[in-house]
Design a protein. Structure first.
Length: 342
C-alpha cells in the first residue's frame, strides 16, 4: 500500500488497530501521523482519548498501558508514539519475542479495535524478521517510507504544487530539485513558503524561485550545466567565479555531484542515441532532451570518460588527496572547468 492509498483509507475512516510507519524518508511518516493526529478524533474527544508519547521519554509498558485503555465517550482512542526508533523494543537474543514473554507481541496478536496505535519509526527500516513486525502486518498496517530517487524529485515537485492548486515550469522544478536534493520534508517546506508568495493558479517560474528562495537565476548549477553543454566557456567561468565568491550557497560537493550526474547521463545518452524513450531512460523531463543532444555532440565518448575522471580527481583533491599547496575550492573548480571545456 502506498502513501496515497493509506491516506485515502484513513480519511474514509477505515482504521486499523495498529500502524507501523517506518523508513528512511521521514516526510510520509510525518504526513500520515499528522493526518491521524488531527482528523480521527474531534477536538472534544481528543482531551480524553488522544495520547502522544515520544520514544526517548517513554517505555513500552507505558505505551501498552495507554493502548489497553478503552475510549471515553468516543468510538476510538488514538495512541501516537513519535520518534519510536528511540524506544527499547525488547530484551536480548530475541527472547522478548517468545509468546507470553513479550507484552508488545502479546498485544499485537490481539489488539483492541477501539485503539489506534501508531508507531512513527523514523530514519531507518524496522527489522522485518521480528515477530512483532509480522504481527503488525497481520493485524494492522506496516508502511515503509523509502527515499525517492533524485531523478524523480522534479516530477514529485510538479505533483505537489498541482495538488496545491499551482503549476510550476519544468525548468523551475528541475532547479529546485538540483539544489534541494531528495529530502522531501525540506522540499515541501520550501514549496509551501514559495506558494505563500505566488498567486494561486499562477505558474511558478525560475524568477519566483530566485525572488523567494534565494537561488540565483543566472548563477546556479543548472545554468552551469547548460553553459558546459553548449561550450560557452565565458559564461561557465562567470558562474564559477560567482560560486567561489558565495561558497556557502554553492558548496563544492553539491556542484561536483551535479556535474557527475550530468555527464553520467550524457554518457548514457551516447548509447541511447536515437531511442524514442531516451528521456525516460535518463530520468529527465523531455523538455531537457535537446540539451543532452547538444552536449553529446560537443562531448564525444572519449571526452565524457575523461571528464568523469577529472571530476573524480577534483573530488579527491577537495578531500586532501593529491592536493598541492593551499589550493582552494574556487581554484580547483576553475581548473576543472578549463579541463572539461578544452
Amino acid at each position: 500500500m502506498n502513501a496515497s492509498d493509506l491516506l485515502k483509507e484513513i480519511k474514509n475512516r477505515k482504521f486499523k488497530p495498529v500502524y507501523l510507519l517506518h523508513g528512511e524518508e521521514s516526510y510520509y511518516i510525518d504526513m500520515i501521523a499528522d493526518v491521524i493526529e488531527k482528523n480521527v478524533l474531534t477536538d472534544a474527544e481528543k482531551g480524553f482519548n488522544q495520547t502522544v508519547l515520544y520514544g526517548k521519554d517513554t517505555d513500552m509498558i507505558t505505551v501498552l498501558n495507554a493502548a489497553k485503555r478503552f475510549p471515553m465517550m468516543s468510538e476510538y482512542q488514538v495512541v501516537l508514539v513519535k520518534e519510536a526508533q528511540e524506544l527499547k523494543w525488547g530484551g536480548k537474543n530475541g527472547e522478548e519475542e517468545k509468546k507470553g514473554m513479550d507484552p508488545l507481541l502479546s498485544y499485537l496478536e490481539a489488539p483492541l479495535n477501539s485503539t489506534i496505535l501508531v508507531f512513527c519509526y523514523k530514519y531507518g527500516k524496522f527489522d522485518k524478521r521480528k515477530k512483532t513486525f509480522k504481527a503488525i502486518e497481520k493485524n494492522g498496517i506496516a508502511f515503509e517510507s523509502s527515499p525517492i530517487y533524485e531523478n524523480k524529485v522534479p516530477a514529485w515537485i510538479e505533483d505537489f504544487v498541482k495538488e496545491s492548486g499551482y503549476k510550476i515550469h519544468v525548468s523551475a522544478s528541475a532547479l529546485l530539485a538540483e539544489y534541494l536534493g531528495n529530502d522531501l520534508s525540506k522540499v515541501a517546506n520550501e514549496l509551501e513558503k514559495l506558494m505563500l508568495n505566488v498567486q494561486k493558479g499562477q505558474e511558478i517560474s525560475i524568477e519566483d524561485i530566485q525572488n523567494n528562495i534565494g537561488i540565483s537565476k543566472e548563477f546556479n548549477v543548472f545554468e552551469l550545466q547548460s553553459a558546459i553543454a553548449r561550450c560557452d566557456f565565458a559564461k561557465a567561468c562567470q558562474i564559477i567565479n560567482y560560486f567561489a565568491a558565495n561558497p556557502k550557497a554553492n558548496p563544492m560537493q553539491l556542484v561536483l555531484g551535479a556535474l557527475n550526474a550530468f555527464f553520467t547521463k550524457i554518457l548514457k545518452f551516447h548509447y541511447l542515441k536515437g531511442a524514442s524513450n531516451a528521456a525516460q531512460e535518463l530520468g529527465i523531463n523531455p523538455f531537457f532532451i535537446k540539451e543532452y543532444e547538444l552536449a553529446s555532440k560537443n562531448y564525444n565518448l572519449t571526452k565524457v570518460f575523461n571528464v568523469i575522471s577529472y571530476l573524480r580527481d577534483c573530488d579527491l583533491k577537495t578531500k586532501g588527496v593529491d592536493a598541492t599547496g593551499n589550493t582552494g575550492d574556487g581554484d580547483l573548480m576553475k581548473e576543472l572547468i578549463f579541463k572539461i571545456m578544452h
